[in-house]
Write a protein that binds this ligand. Sequence first.
Ligand SMILES: [Zn+2]
Length: 136
Amino acid sequence: MARLEPVHILEMDRATNRMEVVRINPTRTFAHLGDTGVATYTWQNGHWFGQGGQEIPVEQVPLDYRETMRAHPVVIAEQGPSVVWTCEFCGHSMNRSEKDDHLIGHVRDTLAKAGTPPSPPELPKVEERPKARPAA
Ligand SMILES: [Zn+2]
């Protein structure tokens, strides 16, 4: 019997000491307003779960929701931190979770080499004028 799991499974990344998502459970919940109140039907990893998180047979799920799941499967674009990422600037390969800090390092180096970062261009001042009111 399947168990309803959290959507995001987190683990400590030893490289950064940050909690990182290592797995995402594709999940979608439908709220169903019936005679006795709201009931929820949750789809996760091909199984359906009822209000209390217990697995229920697919026949108990309103047909609408089953068809919605068929027509619009849950797609997860995000990839976990165990994915290797290669820097396009220096060619170093590393854990994807280290990418942000690494790129910031490149930006700092570039700015240091270029000297003072250029100040932002001054924007032309726009004079504020009271708007003409339409004649009543
Ligand atoms: Zn790099």
